[in-house]
Design a protein around this ligand. Structure first.
Ligand code: LLP
Length: 411
């Protein structure tokens, strides 16, 4: 069975690229995140080709996966980065990104973060508050920096996204600026002599299954852009969907790309995809600790939890679960749960899995996006190791945290 070009069963063992996953976790232990660089590069190239007719610049959304080796590989492949904090800018720069290839976004950037971004020379700031414009203008004046490129983020009042927590474009959301405010700022740009208002930005949500919501938001954005010739660049945000379920089909990016191309002629186009580049290149391996039969259910208690992967608990998200060793025969409906003291700590409900035994290992698939970046130390759990696979080579990119790490910041 083949999940994608990098993750498949061979001789009934789950492999990632040329490497047997069991052989990695035998050394590294569980839980562990494992990412395939070839798959990440392939996903990036697929998007790059799809959006080539627009000559679009792809800014990988660092919030999806901030691993330095992942960022380095993407930077080497020609990606720019979408960062939402000083910390993400720091990570991107440390991974070798050129500052001009960074867009700095976020609904609540501090003045210190803005100063850090401007001093380092980030390419764009996506602004979504009037107050931050004052900061940007002041900081640029203080440093004698050249005018800062700002893309105002429009809230297009379009509802989209796979879950209410992933919808950012509706009018009641905290994100973006109303069309009225955007117009006011663009008409009075002279108030901010150190800002070049050359762009507009939107991001209406994640796991956008249809192009229609994006296109109706874009229509509102373009209706606005047309009145302001200073607008040279349009940032369409992220949200390209991935398949989380076996057999699920998601629209390839080509259709959206050609729809965008028809509308965005003459503009510089930027995109901020996150999950579409990394999600299916990563998995989280866990070991079965115990089995128990209770209240008519078969529970498999594994050593990964909502602390390492919060998406099922937070969004009711579905991640397929695959045993590292595949066996023929009967499957049983299994509740795959973690050790954390929360009823929401369920990684998979009612999964048809071969009968598991303590010590067996399973992989939570499509875990390369918003897995480790959203991991916490809840229950004083140590965040897991991150392993990189590149063809037949693999290495520990970030070691598992230790007990000492847990105390590091306390006196
Ligand atoms: N640009 C902006 C302004 C964003 O807010 C986001 C995601 C992206 C780009 C990237 O979106 P993507 O292409 O990865 O869908 N933690 C969640 C979803 C919330 C994402 C927030 N913003 C998850 O686990 O699904």
């Amino acid at each position: 069975m083949v999940f994608n070009t990098s993750i498949r069963y061979a001789d009934d063992e789950l492999r990632i690229d040329e490497v047997d996953i069991e052989s990695i976790v035998r050394e590294v232990g569980t839980p562990a995140y494992i990412y395939s660089l070839p798959r990440i590069r392939e996903n990036f190239q697929r998007l790059r080709s799809a959006f080539a007719p627009l000559n679009a610049r792809l800014h990988f959304s660092v919030k999806a996966n901030g691993n330095l080796d992942v960022l380095r590989a993407l930077s080497d492949a020609g990606a720019g980065f979408d960062c939402v904090s000083g910390g993400e800018i720091y990570r991107a720069l440390r991974a070798g990104a050129a500052a001009e290839a960074i867009v700095f976004a976020g609904v609540g950037k501090t003045r210190a973060e803005l100063a850090y971004a401007i001093t380092n020379g980030v390419g764009w700031i996506n602004a979504e508050n009037i107050g931050e414009l004052d900061h940007i203008d002041d900081i640029a004046a203080e440093r004698g920096a050249k005018p800062v490129l700002v893309a105002l983020r429009l809230n297009p009042e379009v509802t989209a996204g796979a879950h209410p927590y992933m919808a950012t474009g509706h009018g009641a959301a905290k994100f973006g600026l109303t069309a009225e405010v955007v117009r006011d700022v663009l008409s009075n740009g002279a108030r901010y002599p150190n800002i070049d208002f050359a762009g507009l930005h939107m991001h209406i949500g994640s796991q956008l299954s249809e192009a229609s919501a994006t296109l109706s938001a874009l229509e509102k954005l373009l209706a606005l852009a047309i009145d302001y010739p200073q607008i040279r660049a349009i940032n369409v945000g992220g949200g390209l969907p991935v398949a989380y379920r076996f057999g699920e089909k998601v629209a390839p990016p080509d259709r959206l790309a050609s729809e965008l191309a028809r509308r965005l002629d003459g503009y510089d186009v930027l995109l901020e995809p996150g999950r579409a580049i990394v999600a299916d290149a990563g998995l989280l391996v866990a070991k079965v600790l115990y089995l128990k039969r209770q209240a008519g259910h078969n529970f498999a208690i594994v050593d990964a939890s909502m602390a390492e992967m919060i998406r099922p608990a937070l969004y009711g998200a579905h991640h397929e679960i695959a045993p590292l060793r595949r066996t023929e025969g009967e499957t049983v409906s299994t509740q795959v749960v973690g050790p954390v003291c929360e009823s929401a700590d369920v990684l998979g409900r009612d999964r048809q899995l071969p009968p598991l035994e303590p010590g067996d290992k399973v992989a939570l698939l499509t875990a390369g996006a918003y897995g480790m970046t959203m991991a916490s130390n809840y229950n004083a759990r140590r965040r897991p190791a991150e392993v990189i696979v590149d063809g037949d080579r693999w290495w520990v990119s970030r070691r598992r945290e230790t007990f000492e790490d847990l105390l590091k910041f306390e006196r």
